[in-house]
Design a protein around this ligand. Structure first.
Ligand SMILES: [Zn+2]
Length: 212
């Protein structure tokens, strides 16, 4: 996902700006263990929407799906239920993705993306985006795991006005897991080793989030 509009910025949304109903969500987790939770994983893009394209022609939509599948497998080892917004190369609208937590009564939503810049090879690393103020602790808890175990630089948590987060009724984060149009990142992120590290970090982050 291109994050030009929000990249590098931090911010907050005043409570009175948030439409009650659209963004109503609990400030604390609804379950006390990941094993009891239902997690929605949202591989970004799909179908005609390729997402960003790497220097070597890697499609963001392809590695987002592969990465989400690895995360799903790891989360499921805890006994948690995982729902994917797409399991193949199909186009799913953003509103449908956001509504999937509501539809399935899910406890959290994680959207999986890879970053890009206008000019190739000008940025590297991972970022964790939240929209709702209530999700800052969730973002920090999850990002701490990414920071300690991922091989790419960690840019911390950031506010991001993304529709899949904004219209979500559950705690929701969007992970940008490396720059697809950075030569080093591109060769790093499309590997089983990287996917396993992401899967373990996300799972550990969720375990800690629900345990707190
Ligand atoms: Zn994306």
């Amino acid at each position: 996902m291109r994050s030009k509009t929000t990249a590098g910025t931090t911010g907050y949304v005043a409570n009175w700006v948030v439409t009650v109903g659209e963004n109503e969500q609990a400030a604390t987790p609804t379950v006390t263990s990941l094993s009891e939770a239902t997690i929605v994983l949202d591989p970004g893009h799909g179908g005609n929407d390729t997402g960003a394209i790497g220097n070597n022609g890697t499609y963001e939509k392809t590695i987002a799906l592969k990465t989400a599948a690895a995360i799903k497998a790891q989360i499921e080892t805890t006994g948690a239920k995982v729902i994917m917004t797409r399991t193949d190369d199909s186009y799913i609208g953003l509103a449908t993705r956001a509504n999937s937590t509501n539809k399935h009564g899910a406890d959290a939503f994680l959207s999986i993306h890879f970053d890009s810049t206008e000019e190739p090879n000008t940025a590297s690393g991972t970022s964790t985006y939240y929209y709702n103020d209530n999700d800052q602790d969730f973002a920090t808890t999850l990002n701490t795991q990414l920071e300690t175990s991922m091989p790419l630089e960690n840019h911390g948590i950031k506010y991001g006005d993304f529709q899949v987060l904004r219209e979500n009724t559950a705690p929701a984060l969007l992970l940008e897991l490396g720059y697809i149009n950075n030569g080093y990142d591109e060769t790093t992120i499309d590997t089983d080793d990287y996917r396993q590290k992401v899967a373990q970090a996300v799972t550990n982050g969720l375990i800690n989030y629900y345990a707190n």
